[in-house]
Design a protein around this ligand. Structure first.
Ligand SMILES: Cc1ncc(COP(=O)(O)O)c(C=O)c1O
Length: 494
């Protein structure tokens, strides 16, 4: 898959090959007679050979890009990092204290999560999303990512995926042995997903011998930053009910709506057929804590799915880390200060995405207006001819070019399921608030807290005027993208 090599130089794969060669050679030339000896006869199968699903499986494009940026920076190469979506505000002090107090809890937690946390998540989903769950319907795990993969292992059927969709869904589905059925969205209308497109995809998939039974949706969306409006959510949910399709609603960014469009869960309209997932990574800036949840319908099917997921978890990860679960209680329990922290971070993320969106649209770059999370999904096709003259025909080539020639890290649309020649890129704005002059982590934290404190003074999203925040990384990204577009425009063949 082409996303495998996003942002990675040829040296990376070369050095890996060299490592492998060295290891192999030292085994062969060992003088230690106790060391393992290759059998003299030819074995039926080579040891450590891979399954076809694992063969050539690349590192997730977003993590590969983040590693590539870290390498560039440590080699002293300036990089404007729009390639990784990580919420990086300081941890709320209540979570920090709760974690410190729970540090000595070294015993395993119950497989589906500690009861108090499941209770808190159920109450949180009622309060924030208007959804009703009992603690028994909640399963906590080490991040929502493994939970999503586990869901694709236990639920029946092939998987309907809107295009574009988050990088990991399709590889997860394939690893789980499922076929991926791509569903068109409307780029001219904020990547809307319609029942018509879904029905069309299902008819075609059935004709091809697939059995589409699962639909995975993500609003606010990674990669577009768009959100479905209420009417669209209702229409999708009713379509899924009518089609007997299980909806997995990845709501990891729900708390990071920017304020001009309400987040509505499809579980409001199709509670008996929707599994909701979420976690600590985005709203609570705690991705490294690896804590997520899945919430299941209160039906016989839902109860069976919870039991299957518990069994699968018991065989694979046993339970999420106990101190992290204890600390997560402080995130999901109602608390005015934590709620304000989440609102402020949503506001600052909305500000950064909004500012870069204004820059792009003022330059004539088609880009849907972001409504949540920290992503933009611009389309560079107006400059296709100029790009072709530079030998750039695909989004992957465009992403490479921007990294190598302009020091801008992005991700290509092809990593999100788009055809290679579609010239869309995903830009992530989450790291543009990082203070550049901080000399210690304390200074960095203090600067980020000062920034969060300014959130209330910002005008509502989309309104002009009001204070602007001094964010040098954001300003640099705006200036560099302006230079790039001016350069493309000058080079545009008439
Ligand atoms: C759409 C989407 N879903 C799920 C995840 C994974 O979240 P977690 O950290 O809970 O595993 C991410 C992380 O980037 C994401 O963007």
């Amino acid at each position: 898959m082409e996303s495998a090599t996003v942002g990675l130089s040829h040296c990376d794969s070369w050095s890996l090959r060299e490592e492998t060669k060295k290891t192999t050679m030292s085994t062969f030339h060992s003088k230690d007679t106790k060391a393992y000896q290759e059998p003299s006869h030819s074995p039926m199968h080579a040891p450590l050979s891979l399954t076809s699903a694992a063969h050539g499986l690349p590192t997730s494009a977003t993590l590969a890009m983040n590693e590539a940026v870290a390498k560039r920076r440590s080699a002293g190469r300036e990089t404007i990092h729009l390639g990784f979506g990580e919420a990086a505000f300081p941890l709320h002090p209540r979570l920090k204290t709760a974690f410190a107090e729970a540090a000595t809890r070294t015993g395993y937690a119950p497989v589906p999560g500690i009861p108090a946390l499941r209770q808190a998540i159920a109450a949180y989903l009622t309060c924030k999303r208007g959804l009703t769950f009992s603690p028994d319907q909640i399963v906590v795990g080490p991040g929502s990512k493994p939970l999503l993969y586990a869901l694709l292992q236990i639920l029946e059927g092939d998987v309907l995926l809107p295009v574009p969709s988050w990088v990991s869904y399709a590889p997860m589905a394939k690893l789980a042995g499922r076929r991926v059925i791509e569903v068109e969205t409307d780029p001219g209308d904020r990547h809307r997903l319609t029942p018509q497109a879904l029905s069309q995809a299902v008819v075609q998939a059935r004709g091809d011998g697939a059995d589409p039974r699962i639909l995975l949706v993500n609003t606010p969306s990674n990669p577009t930053g768009c959100m479905f409006d209420r009417a669209d959510v209702e229409a999708l949910a009713l379509w899924a009910r009518e089609a007997g399709v299980t909806l997995i609603s990845d709501e990891i960014y729900a708390e990071l709506a920017h304020g001009w469009r309400e987040h509505v869960s499809p579980a409001r309209f199709y509670p008996e057929g929707t599994v909701v997932t979420g976690g600590l990574s985005k709203a609570f800036s705690a991705g490294g804590w690896r804590l997520g949840y899945a919430a299941f319908p209160a039906t016989t099917g839902g109860t069976r799915a919870v039991a299957a997921l518990r069994s699968l978890a018991s065989e694979i990860w046993s339970a999420a880390a106990t101190p992290i679960q204890e600390a997560a209680l402080a995130a999901f329990a109602q608390n005015a200060s934590v709620e304000q922290y989440v609102q402020h971070s949503a506001r600052i993320h909305g500000y950064m995405a909004g500012q870069l969106y204004e820059t792009l649209t003022s330059l004539g770059v088609p880009c849907p207006r972001p409504a949540g999370a920290f992503y933009l999904y611009p389309d560079f096709s107006p400059w296709r001819l100029a790009l072709v003259e530079q030998g750039i025909r695909t989004s992957l080539e465009l992403a490479h070019y921007l990294l190598e020639e302009w020091n801008i890290a992005t991700l290509p649309g092809s990593a999100f399921g788009e055809p290679p020649e579609v010239l869309r890129l995903r830009l992530s704005t989450s790291l543009l608030c990082q203070p550049e002059d901080a000399t210690s982590s304390d200074e960095r934290e203090a600067a980020l807290w000062r920034l969060l404190d300014q959130a209330d003074a910002l005008p509502p999203v989309g309104e002009v005027g009001g204070p602007t925040l001094p964010l040098p990384a954001l300003e640099r990204a705006q200036a560099r993208l302006t230079e790039v577009i001016h350069y493309f425009s000058k080079a545009r063949p008439s």
